[in-house]
Design a protein around this ligand. Structure first.
Ligand SMILES: [Zn+2]
Ligand SMILES: [Zn+2]
Length: 204
């Protein structure tokens, strides 16, 4: 990650989101304040073979207002966050006045890593027991296996009830201003309904 926003359509945390002209800034479904822009992921710019079920630029917003602190946001479909994908043209949008803006960092070097199922997934997959617990890679991550904090938490798609697989991981150290209680968050998507997106986080 490098400091700054990079290009308008870069994959990044913080800064200004790319938004279409017709789009309005998302508001918290609980306190109704404007949400803070957390990250965007350019799904079209991923390496071959890593494409997800959808194209465009995925944007993720989260409520950082005091009213909502500790009042939710960690469960898949809580009203304190917003996920959507921009198809087509957009521009960087400045947050409404008074909205907290996270200092931007963009992905300048995508690195391929080896990953393994985290221990709760090993149990689910009925993989052989190991002497030591096996952990999936932590850190920000696209694809691979989720690094779970409290056990596997995959939401069900509201349309078809199919289990939604996490594909973007946000790690605890990603932001000193807000870090999910030192935990890890995941964005998931339904394979059959790409517009069904979910976010959840857990801390120890
Ligand atoms: Zn709120
Ligand atoms: Zn579905």
């Amino acid at each position: 990650m490098s400091d700054g926003e990079g290009a308008a359509d870069s994959t990044r945390t913080g800064g200004r989101p790319i938004m279409g002209e017709e789009e309005t800034w998302p508001k918290c479904g609980d306190c109704t304040n404007p949400l803070t822009f957390m990250l965007q992921c350019n799904l079209d710019a991923l390496p071959d073979g890593m494409a997800n079920h959808e194209s465009g630029i995925l944007r993720f917003f989260y409520c950082l207002h005091d009213h909502c602190a500790g009042m939710g946001g960690w469960d898949a479909f809580d009203p304190q966050h917003h996920l959507s994908t921009l198809q087509g043209y957009g521009n960087s949008r400045t947050a409404p006045k008074g909205t907290f803006v996270i200092p931007p960092q963009y992905v300048s070097d995508l690195k391929e890593i080896q990953d393994v199922p985290h221990w709760p997934d090993r149990q689910n997959l009925k993989l052989p027991e190991t002497d030591d617990r096996v952990y999936a890679a932590d850190g920000h991550k696209y694809a691979g296996w989720p690094h779970w904090i409290q056990g596997a938490e995959r939401p069900a798609c509201p349309e078809c009830q199919t289990v939604m697989e996490p594909f973007i991981q946000l790690d605890n150290a990603w932001n000193k201003d807000f870090n999910f209680g030192g935990g890890v968050g995941h964005i998931s998507q339904c394979a059959s309904h790409p517009d069904q997106l979910a976010f959840g986080w857990a801390c120890g």
